[in-house]
Ligand binder design. Structure first.
Ligand code: KIV
Length: 258
């Protein structure tokens, strides 16, 4: 069902840019909520939180647990949740798992990594009143090599076709990941629903980054990531200070004691 938060996102098309970031916990979500239109509980938690080499082992339980935490920090943003690999293999399974995610977390929508083999899944979920965000281009659940997508005429045509079919299947928006600027521009121009880019140029209707990357925490900084701060350095200095003060017996003082 299209709620007011989704309507707000749809209304931004061709008017104002959509701001989106990932979160996996309440405290971070609470900070992002003041600034973001969409918060995504991404399966990127595999790399960022769990130190895994890809997203494939993230389970429904992981996703639900982190979304319950994130939801506690959110008042305004649209909460979108990644369906993990294997959780939407067929229509029946997709519907069962998406319903479970929606019911247990109170999120607004699910995201699935889409291609021509699963337009029918988008259709099935939308018909069951589950709002869906699509995701095309570099889709880590199905591709092992991180590379630019849609940079030949043939590949561009296939991606444009995917995007149009995902829109026809009822998705309310679509993530474009690592798609060449020109192809992203064509997709964005030809869709009525908003495109959210990651490494896919300023032509998209909105932008998403993995929060730990843009905060300088993750150590993963491909060309499309702008490090807005170096939180790793800040945390390191802070922890160093704590460690010195404990060792030098300058913490705790009377002020910190009962
Ligand atoms: O899992 C994730 O964080 C994502 C974004 C990179 C779009 O899918």
């Amino acid at each position: 069902m299209i709620n007011n938060k989704i309507k707000k996102i749809l209304n931004k098309k061709n008017k104002s840019k959509i701001v989106s970031l990932t979160a996996y916990s309440k405290n971070i979500a609470n900070i992002l909520d003041k600034h973001c239109d969409i918060i995504l509980v991404g399966d990127s938690m595999a790399n960022v939180l769990y130190g895994l080499k890809n997203t494939h082992e993230i389970t429904l339980k992981n996703i639900i647990q982190h979304t319950i935490s994130v939801k506690k920090g959110i008042k305004n943003s649209l909460l979108v949740v990644d369906m993990p690999k294997g959780s939407y293999k067929n229509k029946k399974l997709a519907k069962k798992n998406a319903k479970k995610i929606m019911k247990l977390t109170g999120c607004d929508a699910v995201k699935i990594e889409s291609n021509k083999k699963n337009y029918n899944i988008v259709d099935e979920l939308v018909s069951s009143n589950i709002p869906v965000m699509g995701h095309i281009g570099y889709t880590p659940q199905f591709k092992n090599i991180f590379k630019i997508e849609g940079n030949t005429r043939k590949k561009a045509k296939a991606l444009i076709n995917d995007a149009l079919n995902i829109e026809r299947s009822g998705a309310f928006s679509i993530v474009l990941e690592c798609i060449s600027s020109q192809t992203s521009k064509i997709i964005t121009k030809n869709l009525k629903i908003p495109t959210i880019g990651i490494g896919s140029s300023a032509f998209c209707d909105g932008q998403i980054l993995v929060t730990d990357d843009m905060l300088g925490l993750s150590g993963f900084y491909p060309k499309f990531v702008k490090k807005y701060t170096n939180l790793k350095k800040i945390i390191n200095k802070t922890v160093e200070k704590f460690s010195k003060e404990v060792r030098n017996e300058r913490f705790p003082t009377k002020k910190n004691s009962f």
